[in-house]
Design a protein around this ligand. Structure first.
Ligand SMILES: Cc1cc2nc3c(=O)[nH]c(=O)nc-3n(C[C@H](O)[C@H](O)[C@H](O)COP(=O)(O)OP(=O)(O)OC[C@H]3O[C@@H](n4cnc5c(N)ncnc54)[C@H](O)[C@@H]3O)c2cc1C
Length: 307
């Protein structure tokens, strides 16, 4: 019986394991090894690690966890979790089962890329960027395109034009934007290109967007705020309450609606936030919060000091 099983070894899960390990909790960290920022060579907005390779951050975090003898790490995917009166049973892809008192879901999100555009997945994170907080500084003053036609993508185009570039084209990929969106884009000096994008080619810093009518739009960078989905169905399987945007609803202590289950990182958020903060440092902070509060929950159960 573990005190806590952490599912997911990105920054959120790694920090939850660190906090719990330091409190001598029996921890099992399970990770299937496919973090969201895997395509990115660098990460930003993490104090003292700005521009650092994210894979290196994970490697160091795992290395440092080996100092704590009660922390066990396995490269394994979790396929099922069931709850019982005394905790949870976690099933791994190889059929192995482990039992735990508390569970931390740190399984992250997946960017669901438009399949009709050839090359999009190849350039995602390397010329096609999801987020101006993560990449805005690096694309400052560049000729940019923003791919999409939905309101969040229109807002992304307006934001990028406001902060980083006066040369922005909104590529709606065969769709139209609403009249009101068109008005805002025009006011911001953003050109709208409605032709479908069939292919993205070139290299980072010199992207060619091949349009359905064979024209080629040359841009130094492309923004694409893709829709996201949960990386893992475990939260839904457990019956955790979800928010309309697909995130797991958590409280200030990272508790989900299911007792004993915490959720952290990109997968989860407070309902009161205007939009999710999907960053490495906020994921790590979530992990710290979950680690502290679940440790205190176990302490309260074991000592039974009656409050
Ligand atoms: C291209 C790109 C660049 C980015 N750049 C930045 C940046 O510069 N700065 C920044 O702050 N943020 C950046 N981000 C966002 C950042 O990647 C995320 O906020 C961060 O990775 C979230 O951490 P996490 O621990 O919640 O999830 P993840 O890092 O996605 O880790 C989740 C882990 O859980 C594992 N997992 C999922 N399901 C299971 C399962 N069933 N069993 C076992 N393991 C499972 C996955 O394999 C994965 O290893 C970027 C994102 C992208 C897409």
């Amino acid at each position: 019986m573990y005190d806590v099983i952490v599912v997911g070894g990105g920054p959120a899960g790694l920090n939850a394991a660190l906090v719990c390990g330091r409190q001598r909790r029996q921890v099992l960290l399970l990770d299937s090894g496919n973090p969201r920022n895997a395509p990115a060579a660098q990460m930003h907005m993490f104090l003292s690690r700005d521009g650092f390779p994210p894979a290196e951050l994970r490697r160091i975090a795992r290395e440092q966890l080996t100092a704590y003898p009660t922390v066990e790490m396995r490269d394994a995917a979790v396929t099922e979790v069931t709850s019982g009166p005394h905790g949870f049973t976690v099933t791994l892809a190889d059929g192995a089962m482990c039992r735990t008192r508390k569970l931390v879901l740190a399984t992250g999100l997946v960017d669901v890329l438009e399949e009709q555009v050839d090359g999009l997945s190849e350039f995602f994170g390397r010329g096609v960027y999801h987020c101006p907080f993560c990449y805005g500084w690096e694309t400052d003053g560049m000729s940019l395109a923003v791919l999409g036609h939905e309101m969040p993508q229109v807002i992304q185009a307006l934001y990028v034009a406001d902060r980083f570039s006066k040369d922005v084209v909104m590529c709606t990929n065969g769709y139209s934007v609403t009249e009101s969106a068109a008005g805002h884009l025009a006011k911001a000096g953003i050109t709208v290109e409605e032709a479908a994008v069939t292919r993205i080619e070139g290299e980072e810093g010199a992207i060619r967007m091949v349009l359905a009518d064979s024209r080629v739009l040359r841009r130094q960078g492309v923004y694409y705020g893709a829709p996201t989905r949960q990386h893992s169905p475990l939260a839904e399987q457990l019956g955790c309450q979800m928010l309309p945007d697909g995130c797991v609803r958590v409280d200030e202590c990272q508790r989900t609606s299911v007792p004993g289950v915490y959720a952290v990182g990109d997968a989860a958020r407070l309902e009161s936030l205007p939009f999710p903060l999907d960053f490495v440092i906020t994921g790590a902070a979530d992990g710290a919060r979950a680690g502290v509060w679940l440790d205190q929950e176990i302490f309260g159960e074991d000592v039974d000091f009656g409050h």
